[in-house]
Design a protein around this ligand. Structure first.
Ligand SMILES: Nc1nc2c(ncn2[C@@H]2O[C@H](COP(=O)(O)OP(=O)(O)OP(=O)(O)O)[C@@H](O)[C@H]2O)c(=O)[nH]1
Ligand SMILES: [Mg+2]
Length: 618
């Protein structure tokens, strides 16, 4: 009998300048879904996957870098991987150097540097669709001859040239490694690269004409900021007005299910667990999915069009006034989805003090887990009216204000941290502006699908578990004979809540809120689910169908509601953020600083809001 043939795994790294399409190519070659985005620095970690149709080939997607002398932590990841310096893995067997065909003069320099490492190499000349559109013509054979490696034209997002590049990668493994060669000094190398680009460019093309015209508008000192703020404003209006119908549908669906269960199942703990524990809790969070998807449709479209980096450029002046540089914009922007990718994206910031400051303020950006909290309270307390001549929805305006407060306090905090941490010197804005592109619908669709999966997975795991535990603690022990309050008041939840309420009473928080903050430590939106469950357990039987919005509107005062919103602008409750901060800063010091300052600010803000609102409503 023959022993099964063992094929050696070949490890091939994808390398190139930032934003040239490495991750897009990686995804097409492996069928995986790594983050692809139209700005430099989308990838900050190494990811690997098997090439489809050739499972012995392991492809490694790396952060983009401009040279082999790393300037920031993400570039260091790439260089360590290429030189086998990482303790975890050896040097790759070969590299695919991805080049942007519309930017050959700049990108070839890095190709020459890579070639000098001696590793077997093939070049993927990517973005050839854009090059063609701009009228750029490249002598591919001439380029291959000069570089001394195969050059394959690709369009990573349209799967053009993929079979060819796969074949070339297959051959790479059999090629022998050369001895590394010495490189000429940087300037000489740059000149060589430019000369080579000139030689192989048959037609220069029209240049980035559209890009220049659009930039004249979007980067205009007056028109630019106006356009940016209008876009953000429309975005928040849309989050409220477009989401109404689908939210009503989900609400109706959950209520219908609860009603059906109440009619079908006998009264008892099973019914209570299903209706008051699971459906009331998880349902009150799932209802916010439409709003999150609308927000992300906007963000994904703006990002893939190339506009977001322009926004960073516009914000640079504002950010530099607090000592941050525009580089921090992308990490901070990512934090609107979730602080975790935001904190990781801070790796693209070269200056360690700037990086630390950015990490510390990232949780002040309104992450999507806060959206359920905000919307719930807004829906209960802010009338659904239009202001300013019917032009602007009041609820969207309040939401815009809450996002804005997060940003303003983040800038203030950055100002303080920068003063404390360093001499406050300003770093120049260095971020390559990507090309404008028509957003790919498929890309947006895939992005939304990912968000939906993450959101529902959280609802089905963290939130579901928290709600079951909360239901148990909220249902037992049973009340004594002749109890006057709702049963839950005598349960463990009631006991814990009343103890905590003394701490939170100065903020106007009742015991139901206080107890909801505890499971909310796992993730912010769990607090909403917890309120759903606590109120469902407190309610009498006829009230099951009443929505959480209605219960809050009748149960809370306006000052309490406003204080609760103020608390959540800062709300340090998110264990994963603390954990990732510990990993990225290499110790407990900074996560504890983060926790402390956010907690202090949250308490102070809620306290002041409550007192001021009380004074006004008196
Ligand atoms: N038109 C066109 N767009 C492309 C092509 N390849 C990638 N893109 C787009 O270019 C942008 C950058 O792609 P990524 O794959 O994220 O680039 P990257 O090299 O991984 O970038 P970093 O991780 O930041 O270094 C995305 O908006 C892609 O959709 C291509 O061949 N043609
Ligand atoms: Mg990438």
């Amino acid at each position: 009998m023959n022993a099964p043939e063992t094929v050696k795994t070949l490890r091939i790294a994808l390398v190139g300048n930032p934003n040239c399409g490495k991750s897009a190519l990686f995804n097409t070659l492996t069928g995986l879904r790594q983050k692809v985005a139209n700005y430099p620095g989308a990838t900050v970690e190494r990811h690997s996957g098997r090439m489809t149709g050739a499972s012995h080939i392991e492809l490694i997607d790396l952060p983009g870098t401009y040279s082999l002398t790393p300037k920031s932590p993400d570039e260091a990841v790439t260089c360590d991987a290429l030189f086998g310096r990482s303790t975890l893995e050896a040097r790759p067997d070969g590299i695919v150097c991805v080049l942007d065909a519309t930017n050959l003069g700049q990108h070839l320099r890095f190709a020459l540097e890579l070639k000098a490492t001696g590793l077997p190499m093939v070049v993927a000349l990517n973005m050839t669709d854009l090059a063609r559109r701009e009228g750029i013509e490249i002598d591919v054979e001439g380029l291959a001859k000069r570089l001394g490696v195969p050059v394959i034209e690709t369009v990573a997002v349209r799967k053009t040239g993929i079979a060819e590049i796969k074949a070339a990668i297959g051959v790479l493994g059999t090629a022998a490694e050369h001895a590394p060669t010495d490189l000429p000094p940087l300037r000489q190398l740059q000149r060589d690269a430019r000369a080579m680009a000139r030689d192989v460019t048959l037609a220069e093309g029209s240049g980035h004409k559209i890009t220049r015209q659009l930039d004249a508008l979007f980067l205009h000192p007056v028109a630019g900021p106006i356009i940016l703020f209008s876009l953000l404003f429309v975005m928040f209006q849309a989050v409220f007005s477009w989401a109404e119908a689908p939210m009503d549908m989900i609400d109706g669906g959950v209520a219908g299910l609860q009603g059906w269960l109440a009619d079908t199942l006998p009264d008892g703990w099973v019914l209570s667990l299903l209706n008051d524990g699971i459906l009331a809790g998880v349902g009150s969070v799932v209802i916010f999915l439409p709003q999150i998807l609308i927000l992300f449709t906007f963000i994904l479209a703006l990002e893939s069009s190339g506009y977001l980096v322009r926004a960073a450029y516009l914000m640079d002046r504002l950010m530099s006034s607090v000592g941050l540089n525009g580089r921090a914009f992308i990490p901070l922007l990512s934090s609107f989805a979730c602080a975790i990718p935001g904190i990781m994206a801070a790796r693209t910031i070269a200056d360690p003090k700037d990086r630390l400051t950015t990490i510390l303020i990232a949780p002040l950006m309104t992450c999507s887990a806060r959206l359920p909290v905000y919307t719930l309270v807004i829906a209960a307390f802010i009338p659904n009216e239009s202001v300013w001549g019917g032009m602007v929805g009041l609820q969207g305006l309040v939401m815009f204000g809450l996002y804005l407060s997060g940003i303003v306090f983040a800038l203030l905090a950055a100002f303080v941290f920068k003063r404390l941490l360093s001499d406050g010197q300003r770093q120049p804005f260095l971020l390559e502006l990507p090309k404008y592109q028509v957003p790919h619908l498929r890309y947006i669709f895939v992005g939304l699908l990912e968000r939906t999966k993450v959101f529902l997975r959280r609802a089905g795991t963290i939130i579901l578990t928290a709600m079951i535990i909360l239901w148990v603690l909220g249902s037992y022990p049973l009340p004594p004979e002749g109890a006057t309050e709702p049963d839950i008041a005598y349960s463990y939840v009631g006991i814990i809540g009343k103890a905590l309420a003394t701490v939170f009473a100065p903020l106007g928080f009742n015991w139901e809120i206080s107890v909801a903050l505890v499971p909310g430590l796992a993730a912010r939106e769990v607090a909403v689910a917890a309120l759903g469950t606590v109120y469902a357990l407190s309610g009498d039987e006829d009230m099951v169908a009443d929505s959480l919005v209605g219960l809050l509107a009748s149960g809370w005062t306006l000052p309490t509601a406003l204080a609760f919103l103020a608390w959540y602008v800062f709300a340090p409750q998110c264990l994963s953020t603390i954990a990732v901060t510990k990993r990225e800063t290499g110790g407990w010091k900074w996560p504890l600083v983060m926790l402390g300052y956010l907690f202090g600010l949250a308490y102070l803000a809620a306290f002041l809001t409550y007192r001021i609102a009380l004074a006004f409503s008196a």
